[in-house]
Design a protein around this ligand. Structure first.
Ligand SMILES: [Zn+2]
Length: 306
């Protein structure tokens, strides 16, 4: 995609001007005196806060519950971004709006998925492009942490030891969750190891846990399900006698309800991928999000007993 090329161009350009920017930002006194790290969505913001500790102020462009693929940044977002000291994006074509956005501000940015073992989308117009949802594998997300430790240490070298220690502690939690999740999902009976969702957002977790993945559309940017996509999902559920199906929190589950009506499968619940919930909701942190999804999946796939 041309977008990818221009993002790389921006990164290359920023690498040249970053030292100049760093020199300027040293004199700046942002709100609260801490350097501001701006992330594109709430999951990245939560990971970044865990790595940053008290040394950086972490913000998110999109709010809890927002649809992130096709988000349209506001002039206010651009104003906020221009005050940041560092911008973090997921990359892998997740934020389709990002390359244009980041070009309009003079702030260095780092792609946190750098180095991840990328899975490609195999369907539709997106075939052959990377599946962006790498954070849904807690193993892959550990690379996000490494990339943040490095980026934050470049930004505030005097706190590099703390970033490293915070990152190591958080990675240990991610590894515990990875072992737990893969163990639970791998224990599902052979015929129940199919994960059917609205968006193809679980490829990385499905890979780790040996699940077969099916979905109505490959990425949420498509917004709407075609009759062909719904028919193909119905066929998959029937052919594999799938007991329960799911849909993600940031999109309407109406198309999946059609699958439920046509097949008699149970609607297994709402899964969280592209956004955390508000504070006080079911998944205020990324670790909560991972646990919630696996609990929901395992309960629905084993509970039906049909
Ligand atoms: Zn998504």
């Amino acid at each position: 995609m041309p977008k990818k090329a221009s993002v790389l161009g921006v990164v290359a350009g920023l690498a040249v001007i970053a030292p100049l920017l760093a020199a300027c930002t040293g004199d700046r006194a942002p709100a609260g005196d801490r350097p501001v790290v701006l992330t594109t969505f709430t999951v990245l913001a939560d990971i970044a806060e865990n790595v940053a500790g008290d040394h950086l102020e972490v913000r998110s462009i999109t709010k809890a519950g927002a649809e992130i693929h096709g988000y349209e940044p506001t002039p206010g977002d651009i104003a906020k971004a221009s005050e940041a000291d560092l911008i973090l994006d997921n990359g892998l074509n997740l934020e389709l709006w990002f390359s244009q956005f980041v070009e309009s501000v003079d702030v260095p940015h780092v792609v946190v998925s750098e180095g991840v073992d990328v899975l490609d989308i195999s369907e539709d117009a997106y075939a052959g492009t990377p599946n962006p949802h790498a954070w849904m594998s807690p193993a892959s997300a550990q690379l996000y942490v490494d990339n943040m430790v490095e980026a934050f240490s470049d930004l505030e070298p005097e706190h590099a030891d703390d970033f490293r220690a915070n990152g190591d502690a958080y990675k240990a939690q991610l590894q515990d969750i990875q072992d737990e999740l893969v163990g639970e999902l791998a224990a599902l009976p052979e015929n129940e190891r199919a994960l059917v969702t609205c968006e193809g957002a679980f490829s990385y977790l499905a890979r780790d846990a040996g699940l077969t993945e099916a979905y109505i559309w490959p990425v949420n940017a498509e917004q709407q399900a075609t009759p062909q996509q719904i028919a193909a999902t119905i066929e998959f559920v029937r052919d594999n006698d799938v007991p329960a199906v799911f849909c993600e929190s940031t999109v309407s589950d109406r198309p999946m309800q059609q699958v439920v009506e046509a097949t008699g499968a149970t609607f297994g619940g709402t899964l969280y991928v592209d956004s955390l919930s508000e504070e006080g909701g079911p998944v205020p942190t990324y670790l909560d999000l991972l646990r919630h999804d696996v609990d929901t999946i395992v309960a629905a796939l084993t509970g039906g007993d049909r």
